[in-house]
Design a protein around this ligand. Structure first.
Ligand code: NDP
Length: 294
């Protein structure tokens, strides 16, 4: 039997609609809308597309969107000065510095300069630490937060399930593993040095693939009825000068074995922006001392 498709577009729409309602309530209580500032350095086309769609989604949710587009040769000090200005701006609740930054800028330093209370990407060491110790007020990185949303929607309680996260980046793999641990899964983090990855994956009730290698995870690596979350976004040659997007999981074969699976596109991707809006809403409530929306 073919796996159920986990519809990230529909789930993201639900989250965004709820955020929009809560924005109205926030506006009624405070007389202002939550504000998200995006900072883009340089002209990387993919980053520019991401930042534009984040701005559009922010406005669609009824929030204020402020975008700072800086030239690629801006100095680190100037960028840090902008972050400082945004930290102090009362109308700004969330700050998103689009990564990657050009090589002459120390990304870690820039991320560490963001006020943790406005760090809606959840990359600041304070938020990473809070997530690791299970603090309720961590701002959680948007992509893994979106994956968790889909998993809970699909499975309900995750307690006691075996989860394998493939990838250990700070923006996806590690926070994903922390979130799953927080849900009482038994978590394995696999990476490029993992021995016998197929055998590791075969144990898993939940597989989260965040590798960046097209269709690396094969159908016969999966336990029957596993729930598969494919974070990968890989552009591959589709012949005749065209390209197409594929995930890190060999979808057609995996679908024959898995219980449920996210497609690429239309799975995890849309959730990332939805959770960014949610984080901005939550940050705004905290800054105003209001009870957090459910
Ligand atoms: P990184 O390149 O930072 O991390 C990739 C991870 O995969 C590393 O931990 C690496 O291991 C591991 N890896 C690489 N090769 C193998 C292998 N052969 N076997 C096992 N593990 C391997 O990527 P990101 O975490 O930033 O992103 C992962 C994917 O998710 C990408 O395709 C990216 O485009 C996508 N993505 C999608 C988002 C969305 O909104 N849907 C958002 C963010 C990312 P090691 O540490 O040992 O090198």
């Amino acid at each position: 039997m073919a796996a159920r498709l986990i519809d990230g577009r529909a789930a993201a729409q639900e989250v965004r609609a709820r955020v929009a309602q809560e924005v109205e309530r926030f506006r009624a209580a405070t007389g202002r809308a939550p504000g998200l500032a995006t900072v883009l350095v340089g002209e990387d086309p993919a980053s520019a597309v991401y930042v534009r769609s984040k701005g559009k989604a922010t406005r669609e949710a009824g929030m204020e969107s402020v975008s700072h587009n800086l030239s690629a040769d801006i100095g680190e000090a100037e960028l840090l000065a902008l972050v400082d200005q945004l930290n102090r701006d009362p109308a700004i609740d969330g700050i998103l510095v689009q990564l990657p930054l050009p090589g002459h800028i120390d990304s870690a330093k820039v991320i560490a300069a963001i006020d943790p209370a406005k760090d809606v990407d959840g990359f600041h060491p304070i938020n990473a630490g809070k997530l690791a110790i299970g603090a309720a007020d961590a701002l959680v990185p948007c992509t893994p937060f979106g994956c968790l949303y889909l998993l809970k929607q699909e499975l309900g309680s995750l307690s006691g399930l075996d989860a394998v996260v493939i990838g250990r980046s700070n923006i996806v793999g590690k926070p994903m593993a922390m979130l799953l641990l927080g849900e009482s899964c038994t978590v394995t983090i696999a990476h490029s040095r993992t021995k016998d990855l197929p055998a590791v994956v075969r144990r898993a009730d939940i597989v989260v693939a965040a590798v960046g290698r097209p269709e690396m995870v094969k159908g016969d690596w999966l336990k029957s009825s596993a729930t598969v979350i494919d974070v990968g976004i890989n552009r591959v040659d589709a012949g005749e000068g065209k390209t197409r997007l594929v995930g890190d999981v060999a979808f057609d074969d995996a679908q024959k074995v898995a219980g449920a699976i996210t497609p690429v596109p239309g799975g995890v991707g849309p959730m990332t922006i939805a959770m960014l809006l949610r984080n901005t809403l939550v940050a705004a409530h905290r800054r105003e001392g209001l009870a957090e929306p459910a």
